[in-house]
Design a protein around this ligand. Structure first.
Ligand SMILES: NC(=O)c1ccc[n+]([C@@H]2O[C@H](COP(=O)([O-])OP(=O)(O)OC[C@H]3O[C@@H](n4cnc5c(N)ncnc54)[C@H](O)[C@@H]3O)[C@@H](O)[C@H]2O)c1
Length: 437
């Protein structure tokens, strides 16, 4: 038996701080409220519906994840958010157009009460939006202090025990790591000097981590992928995870590619196109913002297929990703993948995937799981990068020198084995020889 890690109990209320109150956030909040009222099931959520096998197959022990690890209950979650628009969660959800009015009406009172605080915003980073509900402090440093004040006030007013921050705001324009990101001192100096190398997402993350609050990054922005904020997370004992929720087309990619790789089917082309009509799609219509997303979407195949180990199968793979803003579809994205594969004696074949997905419906359970698992990590004393949550991300964070694991099934094994490990259970290796001895 492994030694169980000491985990603080999930007592009291858990505040969930969402940066951005758009399609994903409002769908997440509405789903949690509906689940609490027994109006909907939390489909897609590992923390609510997943099971975990313990011990040998002959023992038939597979409890629900939420009965195995001490997670916060949905009844103890309290929502808070920042947005650059003043709309409350009910109006924002109606505008996002993900959920039907008939599903939102029974939740109207709670959703209307969720009003965003003024945001930290920089038009240079998201050119397509004109936010009016924004903080006016002079420096980025003062902005960070103002965010910390919002958090303290929220904690006090709602009588919260713990809080947790998750970035669900628009994708920021692509930036490369900068000298100011190299360590905490240089980042703090840059905040005070209003240096353009520090985008809003880093200011939010700084505020959270400074207070020891877990931070998850649902968008492909650089944000906590910089040494300065990783140092801060280690100093204050805050877990960090990211980046870019794995939904839709990339989810399919990381389900299919491991299968081709396992059966040694070659691939010489993978063309992915999308049409998307929500605000996220509009923001991604700007080439600078699309570049951030493109980098994240393109990265998944390499580490699954390992062309350096299998150059004959994957060395010449042409991988292209396109996102087209197409307003009539709203949040109901449609994606097409054409995959040119080859098999025995090099004979070519094609796989076509046409996924009519609902982006925020796929993202909402990820938000819930991340918030609850990050809270668990914090209570279990797990600080810094949480690689075991790679399962939820398109570009998982990993320690320097490691390649990220993109294969969904390895990610799932990693997640479940981490849960077993922290609860003092043996990890499951799937070896199984003992059944035949
Ligand atoms: N929906 C998915 O499946 C999915 C998958 C992966 C990643 N994401 C990412 O999640 C994020 C949210 O997606 P969405 O569909 O909800 O987008 P959305 O446009 O509906 O919502 C984003 C919200 O963030 C607000 N915002 C922008 N900048 C802000 C700032 N600095 N501070 C506070 N609020 C700010 C916007 O006003 C908007 O209300 C995007 O970055 C998207 O790329 C979404």
């Amino acid at each position: 038996m492994q030694k169980k890690i000491e985990i603080q109990p999930a007592k009291g209320k858990l505040g969930v701080l969402m940066v951005g109150l758009g399609a994903v956030s409002t769908t997440f909040v509405a789903g949690v409220l509906a689940a609490k009222k027994g109006l909907a099931k939390p489909f897609g959520s590992v923390t609510q519906m997943g099971t975990i096998r313990l011990g040998k197959r002959t023992e038939h022990k597979s409890p629900l994840v939420k009965d195995f690890v001490p997670l916060a209950s949905l009844d103890d979650i309290v929502f808070g958010a920042w947005d650059i628009f003043e709309d409350n969660a009910f109006d924002a959800a109606l505008k996002a157009g993900v959920l039907d009015g008939k599903h939102l009406l029974p939740l109207k009172e709670e959703l209307t009460a969720l009003k965003p605080w003024k945001a930290v915003f920089d038009k240079n980073v998201v050119k397509k939006l004109d936010g009016t509900h924004v903080k006016q402090e002079k420096t980025k440093w003062d902005m960070a202090l103002a965010l910390m004040e919002d958090i303290r006030r929220f904690k006090q007013e709602k009588g919260l025990d713990r809080v947790n921050m998750i970035w669900c705001a628009s994708t920021e324009a692509y930036i490369k790591p900068h000298a100011t990101h190299a360590n905490l001192e240089s980042l703090e100096k840059a905040l005070k000097e209003n240096d353009p190398s520090v985008p809003p997402s880093m200011i939010y993350a700084y505020a959270a981590l400074k207070m020891g609050i877990p931070f998850s990054n649902g968008a492909p922005n650089l944000t906590v992928d910089i040494p300065a904020l990783q140092q801060l997370a280690m100093q204050t004992g805050a877990p960090i995870s990211g980046k870019d929720f794995k939904t839709g087309q990339t989810l399919m990619k990381t389900i299919l590619a491991p299968g081709f790789r396992a059966r040694l089917l070659g691939i010489n082309g993978w063309f992915s196109s999308n049409i998307l009509g929500n605000r996220d799609g509009e923001v991604l219509d700007d080439p600078d913002n699309f570049k951030t997303k493109e980098e994240s979407k393109l990265s998944v195949l390499d580490t699954i297929l390992q062309p350096e180990l299998q150059p004959e199968l994957y060395g010449d793979l042409y991988h292209k990703v396109r996102i087209n803003y197409y307003p009539p579809r709203g949040d109901n994205k449609e994606s097409w993948d054409n995959i040119d594969i080859f098999g025995w004696m090099g004979y070519p074949m094609q796989v076509k995937v046409n996924f009519l997905c609902r982006d925020s419906i796929l993202a909402a359970p990820i938000v819930l799981d991340l918030v609850l698992f990050m809270d668990l990590a914090k209570r279990a004393g797990m600080k810094g990068m949480q690689e075991w949550l790679s399962f939820y991300y398109k570009s998982p964070m990993v320690a320097e020198g490691l390649y990220p694991e993109h294969n969904l099934f390895i990610q799932q094994m990693k997640l479940k084995n981490t849960l077993r490990h922290i609860m003092g259970e043996e990890p499951i290796t799937h070896l199984g020889l003992e059944y035949y001895e």
